[in-house]
Write a protein that binds this ligand. Structure first.
Ligand SMILES: Cc1ncc(COP(=O)(O)O)c(C=O)c1O
Length: 426
């Protein structure tokens, strides 16, 4: 077997060795071919919220496969897609009444941006084809939404010239998930600065901007950065004032990660468009849901296809994926995941907040996420191997090591993750 036939993500393939061969997984554990096991502290890139090999999700998948696995949604429909759309409307922020399915977070975000551009076109407002996005943001690796990711960050900056140039603003940078930016003086100044920057960008570019796009409260791939709900509240008002749509990317935050089902539930706003993926199918199959307000949806109605949304991925509304998602949503409510997430948050705060080391810049906790940011990322060389030897799967990136565990994790396993993170610094 050629050693290089499989090209790995985000990796220099020269000299690349992947020795961790997964042969089985259940609960929070991954089992390797050498007989060892690790606790997956990062839920396979944040999606495996119910843990691995979940009997009920396995059953949902098998039952659906015995009926049919997939049919095109062009001219056909089926109960799993219809029921899932209905369910998502019920559990997401007020006003998001229409669901367009695609197959990944990136494509869900592509759908959202295309919708926003066509919305203004259909409304007869010309020239609104750019986006305001946040520094440190990440919305996927496809080329449309790559342009919305941080333009200075290495992974995307080399494509400058190829990507459409968007308008970037800095969100507030000082929030630990606890402090109140209205009473904390430093946080308050930072918040005011960020809102001013946003209003200036909207004043200058609003006429050419279709939507503002952001990850709510938690910027994941940009380094697990947090910003306070007040910023999003202000953003909602400013978007309305300058006639710009608000697209919220809940791909990583949706399904409870920050402590509420959608991160914007904590903020108390409704976006015009929101995108969900990852936790939706919890690692079983690719699926995303781009959800639009009635105002957006109705702009696409008309007598002929001129105003219609001309988009339709082959796997859109895949019946296996929709059936797993429906079962996952049922489990989320039945097993009171929001209480589990709140318990996880308390344990993470107890174990990690206040952790001090000369290399540690900041510790951040929000919901079922904790991150330790360091001064010099070089300190992480060898940490992944160290953690695996200690029975924990961690993957530091940029200048953070973080955990986003499956919500079914026990206190003992969660403490073990935290201990392993801290042990590296000793
Ligand atoms: C906020 C956010 N948006 C979009 C994406 C892209 O999702 P996918 O990898 O499913 O294409 C990610 C992936 O990490 C993400 O964190």
């Amino acid at each position: 077997m050629s050693k290089k036939s499989l090209w790995y993500p985000y990796a220099q393939m020269q000299g690349m060795k992947v020795e961790n061969v997964v042969t089985g997984a259940e609960g929070v554990k991954l089992h390797f071919s050498d007989g060892t096991s690790v606790i997956d502290a990062v839920s396979s890139w944040w999606c495996v919220i119910h843990g691995y090999n979940h009997p009920e999700l396995n059953n949902a998948l098998q039952n659906q496969a015995e009926q049919f696995s997939h049919v095109m949604l062009g001219g056909l429909t089926h109960a799993p897609a219809q029921k899932l759309a209905q369910k998502l409307v019920e559990i997401t922020p007020e006003g998001l009444n229409h669901v367009f399915f695609a197959d990944s977070g990136s494509v869900g975000m592509e759908v959202a941006t295309k919708m926003a551009v066509q919305y203004w076109h259909n409304k007869g407002v010309a020239g609104k084809q750019r986006f305001i996005a946040l520094y440190r943001g990440y919305h996927g690796d496809t080329t449309g939404v790559m342009s919305l990711g941080d333009p200075e960050e290495g992974m995307h900056s080399l494509f400058k010239g190829f990507l459409r140039e968007q308008i970037f603003v800095n969100p507030p940078t000082t929030w630990d998930g606890l402090s109140d930016p209205v009473t904390d003086e430093v946080a308050k100044l930072d918040l005011e600065r960020a809102i001013r920057d946003l209003e200036e960008a909207l004043q200058k570019h609003g006429h050419e901007v279709a939507a503002m796009v952001c990850e709510p409260l938690l910027q994941g791939a940009g380094g697990m950065k947090l910003y306070p709900p007040e910023y999003l509240r202000a953003a909602r008002k400013l978007c309305d004032k300058y006639q710009v749509l608000l697209i919220i990317d809940e791909v990583a935050t949706g399904f409870g990660r920050t402590g509420t089902f959608s991160a914007v539930d904590r903020v108390g706003i409704s976006p015009d468009i929101a995108v969900y993926a990852k936790g939706l199918t919890a690692g079983y199959l690719g699926l995303s849901a781009t959800m639009a307000s009635t105002e957006v949806f109705e702009a696409f109605l008309g007598e002929d296809s001129d105003r219609a949304f001309m988009h339709g991925p082959t796997f859109m509304g895949n019946a296996l994926a929709c059936s797993v998602a429906l079962k996952g949503i049922e489990i989320f409510a039945r097993d009171d995941y929001l209480t589990k997430i709140s318990t996880i948050e308390s344990i993470l705060r107890r174990e990690l907040q206040g952790f001090k080391h000369e290399q540690v810049e900041e510790v951040r906790v929000l919901g079922a996420m904790a991150a330790i940011q360091v001064k010099d990322p070089k300190i992480f060389a060898g940490m992944q191997e160290f953690a695996a030897q200690n029975g924990v799967w961690l993957r530091p990136f940029v200048d953070v090591v973080y955990t986003m565990p499956p919500y079914i994790i026990s206190e003992k396993d969660l403490v073990k993750i935290c201990d392993t993170m801290k042990a590296w610094f000793k």
